[in-house]
Write a protein that binds this ligand. Structure first.
Ligand code: NAD
Ligand code: UD1
Length: 341
């Protein structure tokens, strides 16, 4: 089975490509490398001993997409390609709508033209917004997204529903990720943010390796156990395996049409201070941190009800927090500057 993976050179994409190859899928990666390094794919090839077809291309470029779909017989698409910096999306909303929404519509149009109907979409817990009560369940209505980035995910989920209504052959799975962290256990591939990291774990790891001085903990006056925000962190390899489960589920359920959403999380939330503590255990050193004001848009706590993925996809996150920390540290200490340029 041949799978086109857009954004496959990025953080979650590269780990998923590795899992797909280890499960005997053929993979074509389509990535414009705007937030990735081709070295991730080379390392995935080394780790698996298998080849990946790589095309440098943009999802906004219909001509190149069309060429790819005419050259390869593609069975399914896993769509990671997107811009994901929440803060930047508020200052550059049109860039985010153009890249994420328009790019996805382009991709879907080309898929329809080539009669490729199986689609797996990288959605996010952010689609639940701030209105729903935790833990989030797939039956809940989509919330009011707090950023253009979040809104782009809500819009795409809606577009997928409308497409499925209009075309009875189209089948989509929306995987709503909670907070992916960690790295492949080899320490050869991992998260390599450009510039100052926006997310917690890459920042903590860069402090540990001496690249940044001190971590700012955004808010210690939330109504949580220790006053800091709580999130449902899951290992990126568990998340990668969730994609393999979703592909297999589509394959097995040949009569399914429409759109189905699944939460991918552990079902447990832990705080920023607990993360710092766990990371200190993994790297055997103190992480300098200080409390700073709350970050705009942050919710106090959210986590997944992950039962639907367990029951229907047969998927469950199995790696614990110490594995997530140990693997993050292995990647960061082996590659203090990220991938070589
Ligand atoms: P990433 O930035 O590492 O990966 C995205 C990849 O897409 C990059 O390789 C980038 O070069 C590529 N890309 C971006 N725009 C493109 C375009 N126009 N054409 C072709 N390629 C393009 O991010 P990630 O963390 O691996 O996230 C993957 C997906 O998962 C994204 O859709 C993101 O919104 C979603 N997601 C991520 C998280 C998270 O915490 N990392 C949480 C929820 C959802
Ligand atoms: C953020 C995005 C979310 C996106 C997700 C994955 C916001 C408001 N939300 O989620 O839409 O889907 O990333 O890309 O940006 N923290 C610190 N110090 C730091 C960094 C983070 O204390 O330097 C705290 C945050 O306040 C938060 C927790 O760590 O409580 C996790 O933050 P982060 O990794 O950015 O994830 P989310 O905020 O859950």
């Amino acid at each position: 089975m041949k799978i086109l993976v857009t954004g496959g050179a990025g953080y979650i994409g590269s780990h998923t490509v590795l899992s797909l190859l280890n499960n005997d899928f053929d993979v074509i990666v389509y990535d414009n490398l705007s937030n990735a390094n081709i070295e991730s794919i080379r390392r995935v090839e080394n780790l698996t001993g298998k080849k990946v077809s790589f095309i440098k291309g943009d999802i906004q470029d219909k001509a190149t997409l069309t060429k790819v779909f005419s050259e390869f017989v593609i069975d399914a698409v896993i769509h990671f390609a997107a811009l994901k910096a929440v803060g930047e999306s508020s200052t550059l909303p049109l860039k985010y709508y153009q890249n994420n929404v328009h790019g996805t519509l382009n991709l879907l149009e080309v898929m329809m033209a080539f009669r490729v109907y199986d689609f797996i979409f990288s959605s996010s817990a952010t689609v639940y917004g701030g209105e729903n009560v935790v833990p989030y369940e797939e039956t809940m209505p989509l919330g009011e997204a707090s950023s253009p980035y979040g809104a782009s995910k809500v819009m795409i989920e809606r577009a997928l529903k409308d497409l499925a209504q209009a075309n009875s052959e189209f089948r989509a799975v929306c995987l709503r990720y909670f907070n992916p962290i960690g790295a492949h256990e080899s320490g050869d591939i991992g998260e390599d943010p450009k510039g100052i990291p926006n997310n917690l774990l890459p920042y903590v790891a860069q402090v540990a390796v001496g690249k940044r001085e001190s971590l700012q903990v955004f808010g210690n006056d939330y109504s949580t156990q220790d006053g800091t925000c709580e999130r449902d962190y899951l290992h990126v390899m568990d998340l990668a395996e969730g994609h393999v489960s979703a592909v297999n589920w589509l394959k097995k359920n040949s009569s399914f049409t429409g759109v189905e959403a699944f939460n991918l999380g552990t079902g447990r939330a832990i705080s920023v201070l607990e993360i710092i503590n766990a990371f200190e255990q993994a790297c055997q050193q103190k992480i300098p941190y200080h409390f700073a004001p709350r970050r705009y848009g942050d919710l106090p706590a959210f986590w997944a009800n992950a039962e639907k993925a367990n029951k229907q996809l047969g998927w469950k996150a199995t790696r614990n927090i110490s594995q997530m920390m140990a693997d993050t540290w292995r990647w960061q200490s082996n590659n203090p500057q990220g991938y070589p340029n």
